[in-house]
Design a protein around this ligand. Structure first.
Ligand SMILES: N[C@@H](CCC(=O)N[C@@H](CS)C(=O)NCC(=O)O)C(=O)O
Length: 221
């Protein structure tokens, strides 16, 4: 039985989207980020605090104190992108790599997304979420600058490829789409990259994404 520890408002979205695509049976155990509790004036270490990323029981699963975590037949796995590559391999189907070559390309794109795109894209998302202040605008533009080079690389890839890997929708699209999504509130940035925008819209039109997103909307921000 697959158990995913996390929230819809976390990187667990990429795992939830994939699990919906695969129509897999799983249990989602809510673990709220400690910083979200603190922002609501709740002490994460208090005895009556909701199960959170600093709860002693959770730290046994994730010494780093971060969601998501997957538990499957005795395997405890952290890192959302690794979880997705594992789930795709295990549950198979067209979303999984067909061979070692495709697998290598999926790992390559996951690492590129995580190292070159995720952090600046997250900064953009957080700055928009805080409202459009002058300081926020500076953060947004500085991080949009950081994204120019990786977005140009991604745009060039999508000029000659319909998808990230294998000419079909795969786990590699989910992993990259959920990273690029963080920059989506920056309309001017996205408009400068029409191939990325078109590919992202197609990914987000999938019923499994919409199901994940509808559930996410029910969680408090
Ligand atoms: N690289 C990790 C990052 C995990 C991570 O930082 N998760 C955040 C939520 S998206 C978290 O749990 N933060 C916990 C906290 O700050 O208390 C992954 O992709 O899974």
């Amino acid at each position: 039985m697959i158990t995913l520890y996390g929230m819809h408002r976390s990187r667990a979205t990429r795992n939830l989207w994939l699990l919906h695509e695969l129509e897999a049976e799983f249990t989602l155990k809510p673990v709220v980020q400690a910083y979200r509790l603190e922002a609501r004036g709740i002490d994460p270490s208090a005895a009556d605090a909701p199960f959170n990323t600093r709860s002693a029981e959770f730290l046994k699963l994730s010494p780093a104190g971060a969601i998501p975590v997957l538990e499957d037949e005795g395997l405890i796995l952290s890192e959302s992108l690794a979880i997705n590559l594992y789930l795709a391999r295990k549950l198979g189907g067209p979303l999984a790599p067909r061979d070692a070559r495709e697998e290598a390309q999926m790992v390559q794109w996951a690492l590129y997304g995580a190292t070159a795109i995720e952090e600046p894209a997250l900064e953009i998302m957080f700055a928009y979420a805080k409202g459009e202040t002058e300081g926020g605008q500076r953060i947004i533009e500085a991080n949009a600058d950081k994204l120019q080079r990786p977005f140009a690389a991604l745009e060039a890839h999508l000029e000659t490829h319909s998808h990230m890997v294998g000419g079909r929708f795969t786990v590699a699209d989910i992993n990259m789409a959920e990273i690029v999504r963080y920059a989506q509130p920056h309309k001017a940035l996205m408009a400068a990259y029409p191939r990325i925008t078109g590919w992202l819209e197609l990914c987000q039109a999938r019923p499994a994404f919409k199901k994940m997103w509808a559930n996410r909307e029910t969680e408090p921000a």
